[in-house]
Ligand binder design. Structure first.
Ligand SMILES: Nc1nc2c(ncn2[C@@H]2O[C@H](COP(=O)(O)OP(=O)(O)OP(=O)(O)O)[C@@H](O)[C@H]2O)c(=O)[nH]1
Ligand SMILES: [Mg+2]
Length: 620
């Protein structure tokens, strides 16, 4: 029951991992992407197939640096040339799996390492697993000769990492000259972290150094959590005509493997230890992906908020400037004065405002043509204002986004974002004309309700309309200095005229409605501009549920892992879609870059300038 539960939890986690997308290049994203791919691979290549057949033979994967003598060791263990050893580095390009003939069925199918094709012949294709049946090998044990972990060939590195992740047991081969290198230790540390079962083979040890070098390596292993792992030291000898090491050199390793193969209890322990370690590692690393997913979502939210705030600010600013008198200057003011009369006349009227109140309308020259000029001036004044604010908003978003790595990534997709959109001018002209239509409609409706008084008829819809616009633009009375005299008077005149026609309450109501209509239209225009930025954010297509899905899948895995009887059920059906899952799993070379030596931690190479130093030098 529990094995099924574990398999179900892993299948679910695999599906969630396969759907993980970290499209933003924010710090940590690249590492997290690599991790997601590695985790998927381990589930598909090893954990699910292994859970499906806990009694399958033990798979020992022989890994290590190039030229360490992996293929030579494998051949020598078998006693004949089963895998090519050679002087050209790297030699092994595809993997060779040697098994007892009765175990053929376990490996022939694509259950373990389902992504690799099978072949009976020698090939040099990393996507192919060559199968070699070998009667002299004990049943229950298979040996896999892998490419080099530190290869110059990216494909090799990817394949080596994939094979090691699919191992029940690692046979890690290193040489006396290279055992302190950083790259193999990256792998060994990873093995220790996962509690994988590892045996280390120290190859080509000069006989004079057979005490000291293995001792030093043993110390390094203890310090790095591999104290319990067996260490085999193979003395440097000549290889025979077939390229094999002398029997005595490999006998202890062969005996150890044979013991393991024979003892089903120990074999099972190896499987359980490595599986538990891999499961624990999955569990420990998944929160990194949860955090990476959350970081992506947060980044997008920040970008969205930046954009939203900026355009809200633009709408707010237009709303303020269309009420504080800012528009009552230049053309608007001049055309309005044309409409209501000359400056002199206007000033005279202004003084006698109370006295002449009822006669204003008759004093207005108010010809339709001049009202039209006011409308046009209002149109262009508003247009300039709206454009300035729209441009400023776009610039603000761009500079906010530029400060953010995810923002820079989005900006790179559209280089026109720093300006208003191409049809902004048309849209804002349309908006203003529509609003002027709103205003005319308002006064016309009000005029009809007043049953067309003489004053209203004298003023005309256009005259009343422009007066209402002028009044709206002056409502918060933010005029300064010299402008107060002229523009302030202008606004008051507009107000008085309107009040004479419609009455005070009606004027206040009309002005409020007209302003709300203008603000709403401007907000609509700014929202359309904002949509360009939102579209970019949306195009990223981040799944908002990703972090939650990972967390849920992790909880399920942890619950299944905690069960005492997690491995007791012997055979469960392996998901039929396993080969497809493997095909989907991403295997990108850059996910397994050659790790760089860590200066603080890496042991000094014995003699970096000399790949094969003399024993005396090596031990100094
Ligand atoms: N004299 C001597 N030569 C060895 C020994 N082990 C390996 N060699 C030679 O070293 C060379 C490299 O050995 P391989 O077994 O091909 O090394 P490998 O680790 O499989 O290398 P890649 O497949 O490239 O990763 C070959 O020419 C071997 O014959 C040894 O113990 N003594
Ligand atoms: Mg090899």
């Amino acid at each position: 029951m529990s094995v099924e539960r574990l398999a179900a939890a892993l299948t679910r986690l695999q599906a969630v991992l396969a759907a993980v997308r970290l499209p933003l290049d924010v710090p940590g994203a690249e590492t997290a992407r690599g991790l997601a791919a590695e985790q998927q691979n381990q589930i598909v290549d090893y954990l699910l197939p292994r859970l499906g057949r806990l009694d399958a033979p033990l798979l020992a994967v022989v890994g290590g640096s190039t030229g360490a003598g992996k293929s030579t060791l494998v051949n020598s263990l078998i006693g004949r040339q089963v895998t090519a050893a050679g002087v050209i580095r790297p030699t092994t390009r595809s993997s060779v799996l040697i098994h007892h003939p009765t175990d053929a069925r376990w490996f022939a199918s694509g259950k373990i390492l389902p992504g690799l094709a099978r072949s009976q012949d020698t090939v040099a294709d990393p996507r192919v697993l060559q199968l070699v049946p070998e009667p002299s090998l004990p049943a229950g044990l298979a040996i896999l000769d892998a490419p080099d972990v530190d290869s110059v060939v990216a494909e090799n590195r990817v394949l080596a990492a994939q094979l090691l992740a699919a191992a029940d047991l690692w046979m890690f081969v290193t040489s006396a000259a290279r055992y302190a290198d950083a790259v193999p230790w990256q792998y060994l540390r990873d093995a220790a972290r996962r509690n994988a079962v590892v045996a280390v083979v120290l190859d080509r040890v000069p006989p004079a150094a057979m005490d000291e070098v293995p001792t030093h390596l043993g110390q390094m292993m203890s310090q790095r959590g591999l104290g319990a792992s067996p260490l085999f030291a193979v003395p440097e000898t000549d290889v025979d005509a077939e390229g094999l090491l002398p029997e005595a050199a490999v006998a202890p390793i062969r005996a150890w493997l044979a013991d393991l193969a024979e003892d089903s209890v120990r074999r099972n322990q190896v499987v359980v230890q490595t599986m538990d370690g891999a499961l624990a590692s999955l569990s420990a690393q998944t929160p990194t992906l949860v955090a990476a997913s959350a970081a992506q979502a947060e980044s997008l939210e920040t970008l969205r908020t930046d954009a939203e705030k900026s355009f809200a600010e633009a709408a707010r600013s237009v709303a303020a400037q269309t009420a504080d008198g800012s528009l009552l200057r230049g053309e608007v003011l001049a055309r309005w004065q044309d409409f209501v009369g000359t400056g002199e006349f206007f000033r005279a009227v202004e003084k006698k405002i109370g006295l002449f109140r009822d006669r204003f309308v008759q004093l207005l020259r108010g010809e339709p043509k001049e009202a039209e000029q006011v409308k046009l001036a209002v149109e262009s004044g508003l247009e300039v204002l709206i454009r300035e604010e729209g441009e400023a908003a776009a610039r603000r978003v761009v500079s906010a986004w530029e400060a953010h790595p995810a923002g820079r990534q989005l900006l790179a997709r559209d280089d026109a974002l720093g300006r208003v959109s191409g049809d902004f001018g048309d849209a804002s002209a349309r908006l203003i004309r529509q609003w002027q239509g709103d205003v005319l409609e308002l006064v016309a409706t009000e005029g009809r309700a007043k049953k067309a008084t003489a004053r209203y008829l004298a003023l005309g819809v256009n005259g009343a309309g422009v007066a209402l616009m002028i009044f709206v633009f002056s409502q918060t009375g933010g005029l300064l200095g010299a402008e107060v005299g002229v523009a302030g008077g202008t606004a008051i005149l507009a107000q008085r005229v309107l009040e004479a026609v419609f009455g005070e309450d009606a004027v206040r109501r009309l002005a409020k409605t007209a302003k709300e209509q203008l603000d709403a239209r401007v907000e609509g225009l700014m929202a359309a501009e904002l949509a360009r930025f939102f579209r970019l954010v949306d195009e990223i297509g981040l799944d908002q549920e990703q972090a939650a899905n990972l967390t849920a899948a992790l909880a399920e895995l942890d619950a299944a892992r905690a069960a005492e009887d997690r491995f007791t059920e012997r055979a469960i059906p392996v998901p039929a879609e396993l080969p497809e899952l493997a095909a989907q799993a991403t295997r990108r070379p850059e996910l397994n870059p050659v790790p760089q030596p860590e200066p603080a931690e890496a042991e000094p190479e014995p003699h970096p300038e000399q790949p094969e130093p003399q024993p005396e030098q090596e031990l100094s």
